[in-house]
Design a protein around this ligand. Structure first.
Ligand code: 5RP
Length: 221
């Protein structure tokens, strides 16, 4: 189906991901692209057992559609996780957390056998880092972590007025060129006070579905 406009491209990617759903419990991410996926999922809700959600806002949308929201602890592993991204490189290493749900997203991704990332084509980049990198931090460590991020070459900006579902804060780090995503993910995750960084490179996506004006494009192709 031809589509144009960023929102239509997100919808197209979400619809293409729905074709990959085989039933069971589905891991569901967060964001405007995933909102389309949740709306699509509602059409086949009789064929799935429910969802494990990465945020309160997605849980609310799932419940509004009558899709049961399950506790990951009660479910164990998941066959499939579908989520969006703020950036992806060609190795399907991602920057996520524009919506502030990065920690729960990383947990659900880690629990899933297969991770399908859905996005509009504008999210595909050569080098990660043009999108400010979200880092979830324990409140008392905000300045300590910010100083460490400056020493790593970034310019952290406190997302003021925003509190994550886990009760923590977000620093958005500008000015990083993330040429070695696994190394940067490990380095930032090792800072005392960091809950998690929004680089998904140690556990990248398995499939990227991009909405494009010519129809869905999948990577690897
Ligand atoms: C939320 C995320 C989202 O997946 C990411 O921000 C993309 O959002 P959208 O689909 O609205 O472009 O990581 O924490």
């Amino acid at each position: 189906m031809a589509a144009s406009g960023q929102d239509a491209l997100k919808r197209q990617a979400a619809e293409a991901a729905l074709a990959q759903v085989e039933g069971g419990v589905i891991g569901v991410g967060t964001g405007s692209t995933v909102n389309h996926f949740i709306d699509c999922l509602a059409g086949i809700k009789g064929r799935i057992d429910g969802a494990v959600s990465s945020s309160e806002v997605s849980s609310e949308r799932l419940r509004a559609h009558g899709i049961p929201v399950l506790d990951l602890n009660a479910v164990g592993g998941l066959a499939l996780y579908v989520d969006g991204a703020d950036e992806s490189n060609h190795r399907l290493q991602l920057v996520k957390g524009g919506g502030g749900a990065l920690t729960r997203e990383k947990i659900v991704a880690a629990a899933s056998e297969r991770f399908i990332c859905i996005a509009d084509e504008g999210k595909l980049v050569e080098v990660l880092g043009a999108f400010p990198l979200p880092v979830e931090v324990i409140p008392m460590a905000r300045s300590l972590v910010a100083r460490a991020l400056v020493r790593m070459g970034g310019t952290p900006v406190w997302r003021e007025g925003f509190v994550t579902d886990n009760g923590n804060l977000i620093l958005d780090v500008h000015g990083l060129q993330i040429t070695d995503p696994c190394a940067v993910e490990q380095a930032i995750n090792n800072l005392a006070g960091v809950v998690t960084v929004g680089i998904f490179a140690l556990r990248p996506a398995d499939l990227l579905i991009l909405g494009t004006p010519g129809g869905p494009r999948t990577l690897p192709g």
